[in-house]
Design a protein around this ligand. Structure first.
Ligand SMILES: Cc1cc2nc3c(=O)[nH]c(=O)nc-3n(C[C@H](O)[C@H](O)[C@H](O)COP(=O)(O)OP(=O)(O)OC[C@H]3O[C@@H](n4cnc5c(N)ncnc54)[C@H](O)[C@@H]3O)c2cc1C
Length: 241
């Protein structure tokens, strides 16, 4: 199902799920005539923090350019890197701000200048130097006019040596899970492709396409699972609500 609907997620090394989370609930509903929704949607996390101070680093793509505010929710970070940057990103530090993320990541390059780090990573000549010059210029005033990172995490990265940590999906930890599932109405009744309810068939949690598809935020799984699970149970028991 991943290969068919969400092939990019297969590149993520850590599948967030429990035993039995294999899509069989969705397939069972489909076999009964249920429609599906958002089967290509997923949540991808790139956990660079904790510690939260890791947000002082700069994240660049394979062109040596920033593309996101580094203090953003890790679920947004993973989506951005995997789906918009072909799964390639490097996390950059200077000596004054260097820290290791709680989840182990490899050190890919170390240099006495950003030019050396840029060369070691094989980035286009001059690209990373330009990115860091612009970032540092504004970070000295606790400003990020391009991506609006919070001032608390804006420190100039200008104390050698400089380092790059691996945030590529094919060689470092990314966590993913899917969000699509059976198409249901507000009472968790499964719908047919024509929009009719399938009598007696209910779905909730990750067997359904819930509130989280397509944009996940922590808590939404338990939130919609318990809310719509309760509604399904209430309706199945013959009560109105
Ligand atoms: C490590 C981890 C951390 C998470 N953290 C959060 C969080 O912080 N916030 C949040 O909102 N969500 C979180 N989630 C997600 C959340 O736990 C799940 O989305 C939620 O439990 C899904 O509920 P569910 O009822 O759909 O599926 P499940 O809780 O997986 O329940 C499905 C049940 O069906 C059983 N089953 C499967 N196949 C069959 C079969 N053929 N016959 C009979 N039984 C079967 C399974 O064994 C299982 O008991 C996390 C998940 C994981 C794995």
């Amino acid at each position: 199902m991943l290969g068919l609907h969400a092939p990019a997620l297969r590149r993520c090394s850590f599948r967030v799920g429990a035993e039995g989370d294999d899509g069989s609930g969705i397939q069972l509903g489909m076999a009964a005539g249920g429609a599906t929704l958002h089967l290509g949607a997923g949540s991808v996390s790139l956990p660079i923090h904790p510690p939260k101070s890791m947000s002082r680093a700069v994240l660049v793509n394979r062109h040596g350019q920033r593309f996101v505010n580094e203090d953003v929710y890790m679920g947004r970070l993973g989506d951005r890197v995997l789906l918009e940057q072909d799964g390639i990103a490097y996390l950059l530090f200077d000596d004054a701000n260097f820290e290791r993320p709680a989840i182990e990541r490899d050190l890919l390059a170390v240099g006495e200048s950003w030019q050396e780090v840029e060369a070691e990573l094989g980035l286009p000549p001059g690209a990373l130097q330009a990115t860091m010059a612009l970032y540092n210029r504004h970070a000295r005033n606790e400003e990020d006019p391009v991506f609006h990172k919070r001032p608390a995490y804006l420190k100039p990265l200008d104390t050698p040596p400089f380092a790059a940590i691996d945030c590529r999906v094919d060689s470092s930890m990314f966590a993913a899970f899917t969000l699509g599932g059976l198409h249901t109405n507000a009472w968790s009744e499964v719908l047919t492709p024509g929009g009719e309810t399938l009598p007696g068939l209910y779905a909730a949690g990750r067997s359904s396409s819930g509130l989280a598809a397509p944009g996940y935020s922590s808590g939404l799984s338990l939130g919609d699972g318990s809310f719509f699970g309760r509604r399904a149970g209430t309706r199945a028991a013959g009560r109105k609500g």
